[in-house]
Write a protein that binds this ligand. Structure first.
Ligand SMILES: Nc1ncnc2c1ncn2[C@@H]1O[C@H](COP(=O)(O)OP(=O)(O)OP(=O)(O)O)[C@@H](O)[C@H]1O
Ligand SMILES: [Mg+2]
Length: 265
């Protein structure tokens, strides 16, 4: 279980996160939604121990966020993995895809060479990539293939919590849906806890049980996904976010229907 308690972060005299509190139960899922600059990625970086909080606590299964000690960090990263939006640095450009996927298995498990290969093939298949790609360097992968490879690399060591920071934002709507479906099935199969960060509220229903809305570093509200459309209960900011997500969706529908027409022009 992940507990985030009274979390504050200040950077260069600016309050980036202001008293953030939430928990994610084992196997639970929470979406963090908010417009650009609301502090979502900063929160993810704090949970990944990439930055230290100004004050407050982050506790995972009774363990506090590590501040020092290689073993403590190793255990933290064994349990919590993150996938970021199309970062070319996630997969080492000098390695083959096979070597990229093998790296976390060497670092975090005691699997032997044959077992590692079996696990790599298993996860490649899970994310819908063909094994022929394993010989390729990451630079040869398409955007969607790259994102799926990052997901496979994060999941291959069986983490307990997966953090996804805008992982589908740059992908077309078909790939977005494929990745969301994939996350759902892996969550079901492995009892994985999920923290799904996005600025697009329309992606959340069906994937996460709870939604936490952030604005300017503050938690505006948190509610069960089934209450998303209850306008009387929702904060006006959440309603505005929802309306803009619906507008985007409508635009996509128009684009999808008129796409062939536009292409022929
Ligand atoms: N080193 C820094 N010093 C001061 N302010 C910073 C620093 N790094 C980030 N910020 C500010 O922190 C705020 C939160 O940034 P963050 O990247 O967490 O937002 P976000 O919600 O992830 O946005 P996006 O949706 O665009 O990814 C922004 O206003 C940003 O300008
Ligand atoms: Mg961000």
């Amino acid at each position: 279980m992940l507990q985030v308690l009274q979390l504050f972060k200040e950077m260069n005299g600016k309050q980036i996160l202001n008293d953030i509190n939430f928990t994610i139960e084992a196997g639970g899922s929470l979406a963090i939604v908010g417009e650009s600059g609301s502090g979502k990625s900063t929160l993810a970086q704090l949970i990944m121990a990439l930055k230290q909080p100004t004050s407050g606590q982050i506790i995972f299964n009774g363990q506090h966020l590590p501040r020092k000690g290689i073993q403590a960090y190793k255990q933290w990263y064994r349990d919590i993995q993150i996938v970021l939006q199309n970062t070319a640095s996630t997969l080492n450009p000098a390695m083959s895809l096979f070597q990229c996927m093998e790296e976390p298995l060497k670092n975090f498990t005691s699997l032997n060479k044959a077992e590692r290969k079996t696990r790599i093939l298993e996860y490649l298949d899970k994310v819908g990539l063909q094994k022929e790609l394993l010989r390729y360097r990451p630079g040869k992968l398409s955007g969607g293939q790259y994102q799926r490879a990052c997901l496979a690399k994060a999941l291959i060591i069986h983490p307990k919590l997966l953090i996804c920071d805008e992982i589908v934002s740059n992908l077309d709507i078909v790939l977005q849906q494929r990745i969301i479906e994939l996350l759902k099935s892996i969550q079901r199969e492995q009892g994985l806890s999920l923290l799904f960060i996005t600025h697009d509220l329309s992606l959340v229903p069906g994937l996460c049980e709870e939604i936490l809305v952030m604005k300017d570093g503050n938690k505006i509200e948190q509610f069960h996904t089934s209450d998303l459309h209850n306008e009387r209960a929702r904060d006006s900011y959440t309603i505005a976010l929802l309306k803009s997500a619906e507008m985007l969706e409508a635009k996509w529908m128009v684009w999808k229907e008129s796409g062939p027409l536009l292409e022929s022009m």
